[in-house]
Design a protein around this ligand. Structure first.
Ligand code: PRP
Length: 212
């Protein structure tokens, strides 16, 4: 009997796109579309078991082996540096990590820059590489409000269309790194389910090429 591959998908809009890519690559699981409360779905014929998890938790499941593979944003991989293999750029969920500030902002280099963000490590690494002293204010969401209320000077956050920034009178002042979704694998699974994981990754890669 085929060994099942456990696949952690990021719940939400990105996850739906990603599932469609797995389906097109030959790993469908029709029941996934029928029930929106259930979190685990399997298709023994294709040897896959999908489960929906919070996007920022995908790499935890994969690192610890609860999932053999998964799809996580590069932002999460850079922030939490999980010990996993990154197998493929899925070329979806494309956005960038950027520094944004209120229009007309000028950096006063005599004092520490106050940076509000959900991505403390990415922000710290970025400013360390530029030898700029900062004061990190770690927030969990609605980061755009921080400079408006004077809690921070700038923010480090994900920018996709730029609408959120625009609507809050902020603008990108620096791009830190481009972001997209990545296929990741647990290191032990990659050894013990090597054939299956490689086959799946290459079917996905072919599918991506065909779409180009
Ligand atoms: C992200 C980010 C911005 C927004 C940017 O939030 O934090 O708020 O998307 O997108 P835009 O440039 O297209 O406006 P997300 O919706 O991922 O959820 P979050 O609030 O939990 O971070």
């Amino acid at each position: 009997m085929k060994q099942m591959l456990n696949v952690a998908l990021p719940k939400g809009r990105l996850g739906e796109k990603v599932y469609a890519m797995f389906e097109a690559a030959g790993y469908p699981c029709p029941s996934i579309k029928e029930n929106n409360r259930k979190l685990i779905f399997e298709n023994p014929e294709c040897g896959v078991r999908y489960f929906w998890v919070k996007p920022s938790d995908v790499s935890i499941y994969v690192e610890r082996g609860a999932a053999d593979i998964g799809v996580a944003g590069k932002d999460i991989l850079l922030e939490y540096t999980p010990d996993v293999y990154e197998l493929l750029d899925m070329k979806t969920g494309i956005c960038r990590m950027a520094v944004a500030a209120p229009k007309g902002f000028r950096d006063d280099t005599r004092r520490a820059l106050r940076v509000a963000t959900k991505f403390s490590k990415i922000a710290s690494d970025y400013y360390a590489s530029r030898s700029r002293e900062i004061d990190i204010i770690h927030l969990n969401g609605s980061i755009e409000i921080a400079p408006i209320l004077g809690l921070s000077d700038v923010i480090v956050d994900i920018v996709e269309t730029g609408t959120t920034l625009k609507e809050n009178d902020l603008e990108v002042i620096e791009t830190i790194v481009p972001i997209s979704a990545r296929l990741i694998a647990n290191k032990a699974s990659y050894k013990f389910k090597n054939e299956q994981i490689k086959a799946l990754a290459s079917h996905l890669a072919q599918q991506l090429q065909a779409e180009e």
